[in-house]
Ligand binder design. Structure first.
Ligand code: APR
Length: 310
């Protein structure tokens, strides 16, 4: 059995643990600063295993020594948004939390593949990369898989088709500047630009960009967790089973798309080694401009993060 550690046993962390248990992806360590939350949810989940016919072992703790030799560590520790907040408003609070968490991951599980989930996502992956110094194959952020799923679902609803038949891609940061790519989004081999009028498409793109806040506004006290956890599990499953699925993830670019030393969402092949390949799509001028905007936006936060590290 592989060993999967989940840091932060809140809404997203617990749901990831539940799905990983159902799919028997590995034994699970749930870590939370509030020990009772980790222990209580781990015990509850363990008691579900006879019913789920899962042979996974789940343990809750606040002791980072327990994550030793993890194959994958998923960081969901941090505070979620409240209505009226942008993901960037979480930067100062969550950067402190992620700094502490990733220092512990680098100390106790230096060989793991590290997946960041805490928002603001792209900035947290940059911070984690700086702290851990993990090779770029083993550090990535979950956002694009979720944004793409939202895009696919809205398109399927509009076209009254099966979401599985929507092949979509979303590039860039997990925020207002994300770049859904209609030209590369097809249903039964036809581009959606041919399948729906311009105004419908731009409405769907806008709703995808605001996909997170739409849910925050309903929940009031927290943010989305079913779809985020499902996106994380798609990534984890592809890595553990060496499925080599292509999913958009936040990774470090080294020349791809013309950028260096920037961590932003692009399609990648995920396998046993982590990020096995970055897929470069042939973007047109307009798409390149949108990607440049999202890159600039993410990079504009790097000096603040660098300051936190001093
Ligand atoms: N170490 C470990 N766990 C921590 C720490 C820390 N330093 N600080 C906070 N936590 C834990 C909290 O105790 C809580 O159980 O992180 C958990 C976060 O859970 P929720 O508040 O339910 O938040 P959740 O919805 O899971 O979102 C977590 O993921 O999607 C993003 O924007 C979201 O940044 C947020 C993160």
């Amino acid at each position: 059995m592989k060993k999967i550690s989940i840091i932060g046993a809140g809404n997203v962390g617990a749901q990831v643990a539940f799905l990983a248990t159902i799919k028997e992806l590995g034994n699970i360590i749930l870590v939370d600063v509030t020990e009772g939350i980790a222990k209580g949810k781990a015990l509850d989940l363990q008691q579900a295993t006879p019913l789920l016919q899962s042979s996974v072992k789940i343990q809750g703790t606040s002791d980072y020594q327990e994550i030793k030799d993890s194959d994958i560590v998923i960081v969901t520790a941090g505070v979620p948004r409240k209505p009226g907040m942008a993901r960037e408003d979480l930067l100062a609070t969550n950067a402190k939390i992620v700094k502490e968490v990733v220092s512990n991951v680098a100390k106790y599980a230096p060989q793991c593949i590290l997946i960041l989930v805490t928002n603001p996502l792209d900035e947290m992956v940059y911070l984690a990369k700086k702290i851990s110094n993990f090779p770029k194959e083993r550090i990535l952020g979950m956002a694009g898989a979720l944004d793409t799923a939202r895009f696919q679902m809205f398109i399927a609803e509009e076209l009254k088709c099966n979401p599985h038949d929507v092949l979509a891609t979303v590039l860039g940061s997990h925020g207002d500047t994300m770049v859904p790519l209609p030209r590369f989004t097809t249903v039964n081999k036809k581009s959606i630009t041919e399948l729906m009028p311009e105004n419908k498409l731009s409405g769907i793109i806008e709703r995808t960009r605001n996909g997170g806040i739409e849910i925050v506004n309903y929940l009031k006290t927290g943010s989305a967790f079913f779809a985020p956890a499902s996106a994380i599990i798609a990534m984890v499953e592809s890595i553990i089973k060496d499925q080599k699925r292509t999913l958009p993830c936040c990774v470090e670019l080294s020349g791809e798309y013309g950028y260096n030393h920037v961590l932003v969402g692009v399609p990648v092949v995920l396998g046993r080694k982590g990020v096995e390949k970055i897929i470069e799509l042939p973007l047109n001028q307009e798409e390149k401009k949108l990607l440049a905007k999202t890159v600039e936006h993410v990079k504009s936060h790097y000096p603040d993060i660098d300051k936190l590290l001093r």
